[in-house]
Design a protein around this ligand. Structure first.
Ligand code: OOG
Ligand code: MG
Length: 262
């Protein structure tokens, strides 16, 4: 697969291979978008090629994640655009499960809200009736791990890198609670609160993240399906995942989800 970004022909599959190998070896690589001359659209094509490599290994696409839907996250990484990425079954850690930080480059964790999707409208239409679109809601933790040196990237770089997706855990699913747009969120490390926020930090209302996801993924021909998981984006900045740490995210009225680092 090639594009003519700046007159040069760029092999998008080759860029995907570099990112995939960096993730597999847990060794950071330099940013590649500027050198390769790829824009955001080409970066989403790299992301799709990265998913193809996972599917070829037998992984299954189970949903989508949003990224940079809160000011705290945008400020942390210096990229001011909402992005999205793909989630596979291999990234899913059971609630209370263990992850090995040594399999990642510089893993960070962040508290999120997850939706279990139901009937979604066509990509060009607003989600409208959220109760039709979403079967259940849960507290979630995302473990992100940029494949780039120093966790530093441009917008096309982070898009190509599947929005830094690495692992995620989801707590117990439950009915959509009243006041979803303003629930308190805590991130705890070893029982100590290290970040506090609100679901309001996620585009003013995490439901808006679903609208954005339907729209943005739709632009690239991806239509969300019933049964998929959707991560609305972190409500606070992410914190480094240290070996041995016990991580817990608590969302008011939704309960908690946890994972442990080996
Ligand atoms: C990009 C991914 C952002 C979120 O929830 O905002 C993200 C990054 O911070 O590396 O997952
Ligand atoms: Mg996230």
């Amino acid at each position: 697969m090639t594009v003519d970004g700046s007159g040069e022909r760029v092999d998008l599959a080759e860029l995907a291979a570099r990112l995939d190998e960096a993730a597999g070896a847990a060794i950071a690589i330099p940013q590649l978008a500027a050198v390769a001359g790829i824009d955001v659209d080409a970066a989403y094509a790299v992301q799709a090629a990265l998913l193809d490599r996972r599917l070829a290994r037998g992984e299954r696409l189970v949903g989508l994640k949003m990224g940079l839907t809160s000011r705290a996250k945008m400020a942390q990484v210096g990229v001011e655009e909402v992005i999205w990425g793909r989630l596979t079954d291999a990234m899913w850690v059971p609630d209370g499960g263990t992850v090995d930080p040594g399999l990642h480059i510089h893993p960070r964790v962040e508290p999120e809200v997850a939706f279990l999707l139901d009937r979604l409208p066509a990509p060009r239409e607003p989600v409208g009736d959220f109760t039709d679109a979403v079967r259940a809601v849960a507290p979630a933790l995302e473990l992100i791990d940029s494949r780039y040196t120093n966790f530093t990237f441009s917008l096309p770089d982070v898009v190509a890198d599947n929005a830094s997706a690495a692992r995620f855990a989801i707590g117990a699913w439950q009915p959509v609670p009243a006041g979803l747009e303003n629930l308190g969120v805590l991130l705890e490390v070893d029982g100590r609160v290290v970040q506090t926020g609100s679901t309001a930090a996620i585009l003013g209302d995490p439901r808006r993240a679903l609208d954005e996801g339907v729209r943005l993924a739709g632009r690239h021909g991806v239509r969300m399906r019933a049964g998929w998981v959707f991560l609305a984006g972190a409500a606070t900045a992410a914190v480094p995942l240290r070996p041995g740490a016990h991580i817990r995210a608590v969302v008011e009225r939704l309960g908690a989800v946890s994972l442990r680092a080996e």
